[in-house]
Design a binder for this molecule. Sequence first.
Ligand code: AMP
Ligand code: GLY
Length: 427
Amino acid sequence: MKVLVVGNGGREHALAWKLLQSDKIEGVVCVPGNGGTASMEGCENVKLAVDDFHGIKEVALNHEIAFVVIGPEVPLAIGLADYLKQQNIRVFGPTQTGAQLESSKSWAKGFMKDIGIPTAQWGVFTEDEKTAAFEFVDRYGAPIVVKADGLAAGKGVTVAATVEEAKAAIVAAFGGQFGMAGECVVVEEFLHGQEASVLAITDGETIRPLLPAQDHKAIGEGDTGPNTGGMGVYAPAPVVTDEMMARVETEVLQRAIAGLKERGIDYCGILYAGLMISPEGEVNVLEFNCRFGDPETQAILPLLETPLDELMLACMEKRLADFPPLRWKSGASACVVMASGGYPGSYENGKTIAGLDRATEAGAIVFHAGTELKAGELVTAGGRVLGVSAIADNFDNAFAKAYHAVDCIDFEGAYYRRDIGHRVRTM
Ligand code: AMP
Ligand code: GLY
């Protein structure tokens, strides 16, 4: 069978790579894909925008696709899964109402409160309620977090160090800095601790957690500077202990799925809980995402032994309860992101990428994100360019392998953090 993967990031390259390892998968079509999916055997790209619903449907029908996997949040939030399902095309990914978990922070906060999922104290304010928003900031004091209520490509959240900064972020959001996403603002208590990502696969009834991962959001070493989409990740993250994972499964993931079901939302796909774990081991949900994490997927999937297509089919056919336990390779997985110089601010595209063969020979799996093939040459085409992943018996060896591979790769202005995995490495 053939599968269609929607998206063009490192996550989608990893999904296509993992799907192609299954005996049952003859080919993957990526819409629009990137330079990595264009050059992977068994995979082809079709250049269409992810909001071209009609075009994606035509590709699915013309290629006799068995099912569609929707990678990014934007097409999910605008209802691509709903549209394809109406055309009798099978989809892995939630419908628009389910995707609200990610696309509306105020909806997600209300949902968490209603069903008793632990989360930071918050207030939600429209432009008319700016004075109340300021009062909320004054009452809680800094640090405090201001979130534009919608998808803002990861840029809608300000972790404000001062009350003034928080108020400026509120003004900026109402001033339209994040487009529609700023019509409403969530102001939230600042939580201390370590972040972790727990992704689970679900058919709307049953939840199967994947290995917990820890992303590094900040651009700078020592977790400094502005937040990015993620500069590197590892799995399984030991900060999420087995006991904590069991609690997250029952008190967060199962509760969320039951809550969605009660609201008539039939959720099929990935439910991703972004957690903050306090030094005392208290777990709060910072956010839900309705899709695979990027770059979490590039670290998690290399350890997964269960064929991904079988797992996804079990979800789409609501058979997850009867599916055998997921099988994982033992050991550790690391992923280091190489970005264009200037990211997450402005950067230049079109830089020639060299050394990928040597990186692969060094034992790494190089997932492409912002790359494209131009006249047969691989060039940069985005902020996050590559995710260099490696697995090994332990974190030291996995990171040594990944960083050795990173050292083999070269493009002008390449930037990466040297300290990914600092909490789990001894070297
Ligand atoms: P979100 O999109 O809601 O996950 O926010 C993006 C990032 O902002 C998170 O990954 C955290 O690093 C940070 N953040 C969000 N909410 C909080 C909070 N309540 N306390 C501390 N940091 C937060
Ligand atoms: N790595 C963070 C995210 O996928 O949202």
